[in-house]
Design a protein around this ligand. Structure first.
Ligand code: M6R
Length: 671
C-alpha cells in the first residue's frame, strides 16, 4: 500500500457535512424471494389473460418495456368469440397508440391478448415486420424476442408448401409452423407426428420449438382458444405474474408489477400455458416441470421516472445509493464476502491470472478493474472485449479466473465468452445487475451490483456500481491470496464506503456541466483524453456522447496524442481532459498539463475534469469541471459523473430522447 499508485491513503473525500440517507437494499430479503427484474435482451413482450380489458393492460406493460426496443410496436387481442384483432406500427409505441385511437375501439375488446415492442434484427423496422405476426388465416398470432437461427430453411420449407410469407422476419415462420401443427397438417419436411398436435396449441408449440435453433421467447394466441396463451423460452427472459383471476407474462416484471408481485421465472426450454386461473409449465416433451414462485421485492417507483424527464437523469442521480447498495453487507468480520460464491477460498488462492470479458460500458469498468486487481493482488489481469475473446485463442486453464461483467446478464457476446472460458476449464465469476440472468446462471460464482433497474439505454448507475463490485472482487482475491492483511482489506473497503458521499458531492457540482452542454451542442466532434484510470473514464465519456448525442467522439490515452491523434486538433475543437490528482499522481498530472498546453497551442478548446483545489490547472482550462478529491483508484467514480451529465444534456440540447437513442437497445443478444 506504500506506492502512490492506487493507494487509498487517508480518507480525503471532501463532502458536505450533511448526512445523506440512501434507500437501503435488503439483500437478505431479496435472495429468497427470487429474481427481481429480468432486465436486458432486445424486444419487450407482454401477455395477459384475465377479466380486464386486455388492451389497456398490454399498452401499459409495453410502456414500461419500451427501453428494450422501440423500432415498432404491436398488439393482438382475442375478442372471445373467435376473432383475433391485430394492429402494429413502425416506430415508438406512441405511433401504435395514435393508430389505435383512430380505430373502432370495439374491435379490440377482449380480455386475452399480447403486445410487443421491437428491436429489429431480421427484417427492417417497418410496419410489415412489426410483431405480432399471424398465420395465413389470421387465426394465430405470435410475438417473439430473440433470433431463430434456422429461419432460412424453415421459411424455404413453408414457401415450398405454398405458404406466402408476409414479412422478412424469422418470427413469421414460427406462426405458420405452429398453425400448421395445430391444424394437424404436416409441412413438406415437417416434424413427425404433426397430426398428434391437432387442436392442441401447447403441443403444437412444443413440437415446433423442438425444431427451432437460436434464442427465443415466443408467445402464441389462437382465435379458437380465447382464454389461453402459450409461451416458450430458450435463452431469452420470460416471467409470469400471478394475479387474482388474471395471469400475466412479460420479458420483465416491470410490465405487471403494478398488478401483482407474485411471479415465476421460466427456465430454459420450458413451455407455459396460462389461463386466468393459473399456469402449467412443461419441458419441450410435455413433461410437467416444477417451478418456484417468488415475490418481487422492489417497488414500482424503481421502474418509474420519479419526477425526472428521463429515466437516465434519475439513474445518474441514483448512483450514490446504487454504489452503497452494491457494497452493503460485503464486509463481515473484516472479511470480504461475495454473493453466490461457488468458488472455494482454495480456488481463489490458486488463481494465477485474471481475464475480464465485457462489452461497451461494462468493458470500461473492466479496464478499471485491472488497475485495482493488479495493484492489490499482483496477479496479471487482461481485459478483453467479449466479442473478440473466443475468436482468438486465449490461454486459459483451471487457474484462470474469468470475470464476466454484464448489467443485463444476457449480452450474447459476453455469454459466449463465458461459455468458451468454461469449455477451457477456467473459473468464471459474473458481475451482474440482473438476478438469475443467463450469465450468472452459467457462471461458477456471481457478485450482483445492486443498482436497481436501469431503464435508460445508456448505462450510468450500473457503470459506477460495476466499478465498486469489481473492486470487491479485487479485494476478495487479495484476501484469499494473502497479498493484503485483513486490516488493509478492511481499510480499502472503508474507503469504498465513502464513495456514495463523494459521488453525491460530484452530483451537486454538475451545474457547470449542464451549462457547458448548451455551448458544446453545436460541435461536430469532441475528443477525450485521460491517463491511467482517467483513460477508461475518457473512453466511457466518449461512448456516452456517441450513443446519446450522435456526435463523433473519440477517446485517447493522452500519452498517445503525439503518436498521431494530435493531427486531429484544429481551431475550436472541444477536448475533454480527465486530470489525475496533483497530489496522488503528481507525475502524470504534470504530463497531462503539458498535453493541455500542446493542444491549446493548436486551437483546442479544453474542458478539464479536475479535482477540487487543483489550482495549477485553472489557468490552462477553458472550462473547468471540478469533482471531489478522492484516492486515485476511486477517482473514476466521481469523474464519470460530469461526463454522464454532459452527454445527456448535449443530447437534450440537440433534441434527442436520451432514454431511447437511435439504433440501440438496452442490451444486445445477437453476436
Ligand atoms: O448488459 P451489458 O452490461 O452486458 O451491456 C453491455 C453493453 O451493451 C452496454 O454497456 C452498452 O454499451 C450501453 N449502451 C452503454 O451505455
Amino acid at each position: 500500500m506504500g506506492s502512490e499508485l492506487g493507494s487509498f491513503g487517508p480518507a480525503i473525500v471532501r463532502v458536505r457535512a450533511t448526512i445523506r440517507r440512501y434507500p437501503t437494499f435488503d439483500r437478505a430479503a431479496l435472495r429468497p424471494s427470487g429474481p427481481p427484474p429480468t432486465l436486458g435482451l432486445m424486444c419487450g413482450i407482454v401477455g395477459y389473460v384475465g377479466r380486464r380489458p386486455a388492451l389497456e393492460v398490454i399498452l401499459e406493460g409495453l410502456r414500461r418495456l419500451e427501453y428494450r426496443g422501440y423500432d415498432s410496436a404491436g398488439v393482438a387481442v382475442l375478442d372471445g368469440h373467435g376473432k383475433l384483432a391485430v394492429e402494429r406500427k413502425a416506430g415508438q409505441l406512441r405511433n401504435l397508440e395514435a393508430q389505435l385511437a383512430r380505430l373502432d375501439a370495439r374491435s379490440f375488446e377482449g380480455s386475452t391478448g399480447m403486445g410487443h415492442t421491437r428491436w429489429a434484427t431480421h427484417g427492417g423496422p417497418t410496419d410489415r415486420n412489426a410483431h405480432p405476426h399471424t398465420d395465413s388465416a389470421g387465426m394465430l398470432a405470435v410475438v417473439h424476442n430473440g433470433i431463430i437461427e434456422n429461419f432460412a430453411p424453415l421459411r424455404a420449407e413453408l414457401e415450398a408448401s405454398g405458404i406466402e410469407l408476409a414479412s422478412d422476419t424469422d418470427t413469421e415462420a414460427a406462426a405458420h409452423l405452429v398453425a400448421l401443427a395445430y391444424s394437424g397438417a404436416r409441412p413438406a419436411t415437417g416434424a413427425a407426428g404433426a397430426s398428434a398436435t391437432a387442436g392442441d396449441l401447447a403441443a403444437s408449440v412444443r413440437a415446433v420449438c423442438r425444431r427451432l435453433q437460436g434464442a427465443f421467447t415466443l408467445v402464441f394466441t389462437h382465435a379458437d382458444q380465447p382464454d389461453l396463451i402459450v409461451a416458450a423460452r430458450r435463452s431469452s427472459p420470460l416471467v409470469l405474474g400471478l394475479g387474482d383471476g388474471e395471469t400475466f407474462l412479460a420479458s420483465d416484471v416491470a410490465a405487471f408489477i403494478e398488478h401483482t408481485r407474485d411471479a415465476v421465472e421460466l427456465g430454459q426450454d420450458q413451455v407455459v400455458t396460462i389461463t386466468r386461473d393459473g399456469y402449467q409449465v412443461t419441458d419441450l416433451d410435455g413433461e410437467p416441470v416444477a417451478v418456484t414462485p417468488f415475490r418481487v421485492t422492489w417497488d414500482l417507483a424503481a421502474a418509474e421516472k420519479g419526477g425526472h424527464d428521463y429515466f437516465m437523469l434519475k439513474e445518474i442521480e441514483e448512483q450514490p445509493s446504487a454504489i452503497a447498495n452494491t457494497l452493503r453487507g460485503h464486509l463481515t468480520d473484516r472479511r470480504i464476502v461475495l454473493d453466490e460464491q461457488r468458488l472455494t477460498d482454495t480456488d481463489l488462492r490458486d488463481v494465477d491470472k485474471v481475464f475480464v470479458v465485457a462489452c461497451g460500458t461494462a468493458y470500461h469498468s473492466g479496464l478499471l478493474a485491472k488497475y485495482a486487481i493488479e495493484h492489490w493482488t499482483r496477479l496479471p489481469c487482461e481485459v478483453e472485449l467479449a466479442s473478440e475473446f473466443r475468436y482468438r485463442d486465449p490461454v486459459l486453464d483451471r487457474q484462470t479466473l474469468v470475470m464476466a461483467i454484464s448489467q443485463s446478464g444476457e449480452t450474447m457476446d459476453t455469454l459466449e465468452a463465458v461459455r468458451h472460458a468454461k469449455q477451457q476449464k477456467a473459473r468464471v465469476l459474473a458481475v451482474c445487475n440482473t438476478n438469475g440472468a443467463q450469465i450468472p446462471r452459467e457462471s461458477d460464482a456471481v457478485l450482483y451490483t445492486h443498482a436497481g433497474p436501469e431503464i435508460g439505454v445508456a448505462a450510468t448507475k450500473t457503470f459506477t456500481s460495476q466499478i465498486a463490485a469489481t473492486y470487491l472482487v479485487g479485494l476478495a482475491l487479495a484476501q484469499a491470496r494473502g497479498t493484503k492483511y485483513p486490516d488493509e482489506v478492511a481499510r480499502e473497503f472503508a474507503e469504498l464506503e465513502t464513495m456514495p458521499d463523494a459521488v453525491a458531492a460530484a452530483l451537486d457540482g454538475v451545474g457547470a456541466a449542464r451549462e457547458l452542454a448548451r455551448e458544446l451542442a453545436s460541435s461536430r466532434a469532441v475528443l477525450f483524453l485521460g491517463r491511467h484510470v482517467g483513460y477508461p473514464v475518457a473512453l466511457e465519456g466518449a461512448l456516452k456522447l456517441k450513443e446519446l448525442a450522435y456526435m463523433h467522439a473519440e477517446a485517447f490515452a493522452a500519452g498517445e496524442l503525439k503518436h498521431g491523434p494530435i493531427a486531429l486538433i484544429e481551431e475550436g475543437l472541444p477536448v475533454v481532459v480527465v486530470m489525475p490528482s496533483p497530489k496522488g499522481r503528481a507525475v502524470l498530472h504534470a504530463k497531462l498539463l503539458s498535453n493541455i498546453q500542446e493542444i491549446t497551442a493548436r486551437g483546442a478548446r479544453t474542458v478539464v475534469i479536475a479535482e477540487e483545489g487543483d489550482e495549477t490547472i485553472r489557468p490552462f482550462a477553458h472550462h473547468l469541471l471540478e469533482v471531489p478529491a478522492v484516492p486515485t483508484l476511486l477517482q473514476p467514480l466521481v469523474s464519470a459523473v460530469p461526463l454522464q451529465v454532459l452527454a445527456a444534456e448535449i443530447a437534450r440540447a440537440r433534441g434527442y430522447d436520451v432514454d431511447k437513442p437511435r439504433n440501440l437497445a438496452k442490451s444486445v443478444t445477437v453476436e
